[in-house]
Each structure stands twice: as structure tokens, then as C-alpha cells.
Design a protein around this ligand. Structure first.
Ligand SMILES: [Zn+2]
Length: 144
């Protein structure tokens, strides 16, 4: 296939379903992916859309429009939402586990404050490339 053909790829909306679990996924920057791969040099990323699969039971973490699949085993980072354990990371910028967040609700306020001041680094630290605040358990949640 020549370059001119690849430019007429299907629209982003049509291609954001995870090839493994079919969940609709949010796009993620290549820079984010490179910061979480075990061997970034072995996985050259190309000019295309990449997505982050946040299904807790799916082994796929990132996938590209061209069918590239990057799984949990390809990452140096533990993806908290894909781990059932309470000590799995929740906030990567400030080293908060789900257990910490449930035990001490003040941590949420701390993280929110730092985020407002622009002192977080979600884009590179969090494998999802997004802010962790939405992943914090509500105060009624408990660790199973
Ligand atoms: Zn998936």
C-alpha cells in the first residue's frame, strides 16, 4: 500500500474499538506510550492514532489503527485499573494506591490541589495519559 492510500484510513471514531475486548477507547499520545513501554526502541510508533484500553480484564493496553497491539506484558508500568489489588497504583504523579485513597480521603484533595496548580504530570506518568482524579474511589467504596 502506498502512502497516499493510508491517508484515506477510516475515521477515528470508526477505529477506536479495542481489537481484543471491543470497548470504545480514548486516544493517547505517542509520548505517553513511549514512557511506559519496557522496550520503546523495539516498538517504533508510526504516524497514526493510538488508543488506551481501560477495560479492567483486557490484556491490551494500547492499540494502533494499523492493528498494533501493546499488552500489559509489554509495559514497564503496572496499569492500576487492570490490577485488582488495592496496592495497585491509582495516581502515578503522587504515588497514591487505591488503598491509600480509600484509607485517607484527604489525598483526593491533595491531588486535586496539585493538579489545579499544574504540578501533575499525567500525560507522561499515567499510562492512560489522562488525569487520575476520575479513577479515585468515592468515599463509600471499600477495598474488596
Ligand atoms: Zn481491550
Amino acid at each position: 500500500m502506498s502512502d497516499c492510500c493510508s491517508k484515506s484510513a477510516p475515521s477515528e471514531a470508526a477505529k477506536n474499538g479495542c481489537p481484543a475486548c471491543e470497548a470504545r477507547c480514548k486516544s493517547v499520545e505517542s509520548a505517553t506510550i513511549l514512557h511506559h513501554l519496557k522496550k520503546p526502541w523495539a516498538t517504533p510508533l508510526t504516524e497514526q492514532h493510538y488508543y488506551f484500553c481501560d477495560s479492567p480484564t483486557c490484556e491490551v493496553v494500547y492499540f494502533g489503527q494499523n492493528g498494533t497491539l501493546l499488552k500489559r506484558s509489554d509495559l514497564r508500568t503496572v496499569v492500576g485499573i487492570k490490577e485488582g489489588r488495592g496496592d495497585a497504583p491509582l495516581c502515578y504523579c503522587f504515588n497514591v494506591s487505591k488503598f491509600d485513597a480509600v484509607a485517607n480521603p484527604a489525598i483526593f484533595s491533595f491531588v486535586m490541589e496539585q493538579t489545579k496548580k499544574g504540578l501533575c504530570s499525567c500525560t507522561t506518568s499515567n499510562p492512560s495519559g489522562r488525569c487520575c482524579l476520575k479513577d479515585f474511589p468515592s468515599q463509600r467504596d471499600s477495598i474488596a
